[in-house]
Design a protein around this ligand. Structure first.
Ligand SMILES: Nc1nc2c(c(=O)[nH]1)N[C@H]1C(S)=C(S)[C@@H](COP(=O)(O)O)O[C@H]1N2
Ligand SMILES: [Mo]
Length: 213
């Protein structure tokens, strides 16, 4: 097994998130949709099924690195590349040329913003471990951005907003704009190795409070 990134320890996958969102079990509509808005001339709404058919299906084994210093390893995700969906959407939407950020929103009200080029490395997934994505882990569709801390991998996706400017999202000032795991960009203001020590000290309590089963 390749080594874990700096400051992470392994933990089993559990439903996790800011308590105000992770405690919400959103109702999944029978025919879920994703709305696409923002700095575009023609906002649109697509059924998740149509969005998934916009790209080739890809399977990817990846680790999920939570900023609070735990990592769930070897997750088998299946979905489509956001880059392919974006390419299809770009002409349909008539994207403003200054778009540089994308906010993804979940049915639980959580939202997180990625730099467009970071989002282009992510997947939109509807399957985990050879089964439909479970409710706990983001049904019907979630973003998976393995190179970035978990708070960028928005579950229960129902809206995509193309933006010219960064949006702090639900995690507010605690969210790093890039959140690249390889650079230990956990949060702004302090270096990653300082945040790492803060999170590690309180991790057991955080897991108890934030993990919801
Ligand atoms: N919609 C939504 N997506 C979310 C969150 C959330 O609370 N709501 N939490 C994020 C955080 S902080 C992490 S670490 C991962 C956890 O994913 P899991 O619940 O599948 O373990 O989801 C991310 N995506
Ligand atoms: Mo997280």
């Amino acid at each position: 097994m390749p080594g874990l990134p700096a400051g992470q320890t392994t933990a089993p996958l559990r439903r996790f998130g800011l308590p105000v969102f992770a405690a919400v079990r959103p109702n999944i509509p029978a025919r879920p949709t994703v709305t696409v808005t923002g700095a575009v001339r023609h906002p649109t709404q697509l059924e998740v099924a149509d969005l998934l058919s916009a790209g080739d299906r890809v399977d990817r084994v990846a680790d999920l690195h939570c900023v609070t210093a735990w990592t769930a390893t070897g997750l088998h995700w299946s979905g489509v590349r956001f880059a392919e969906v974006h390419q299809r959407l770009a002409s349909l939407l008539d994207l403003h040329p200054a778009v540089a950020w994308v906010t993804f929103s979940g049915l639980d009200g959580y939202r997180s913003c990625l730099r467009l080029d970071d989002a282009l490395g992510a997947l939109l997934v509807d399957r985990l471990g050879d089964a439909p994505l479970p409710a706990d882990h983001g049904a019907p569709l979630r973003l998976v951005a393995p190179a970035h801390y978990g708070y960028k991998s928005v579950k229960h996706l129902y809206a995509i907003e193309y933006r010219r400017a960064y949006d702090p999202g639900s995690a507010g000032w605690l969210a790093h704009r890039r959140a690249r795991v390889a650079h230990e960009e956990r949060s702004p203001l302090l270096p990653g190795w300082v945040w790492r020590q803060v999170w590690r000290r309180i991790q057991p309590a955080v897991r108890r409070r934030y993990a919801t089963h």
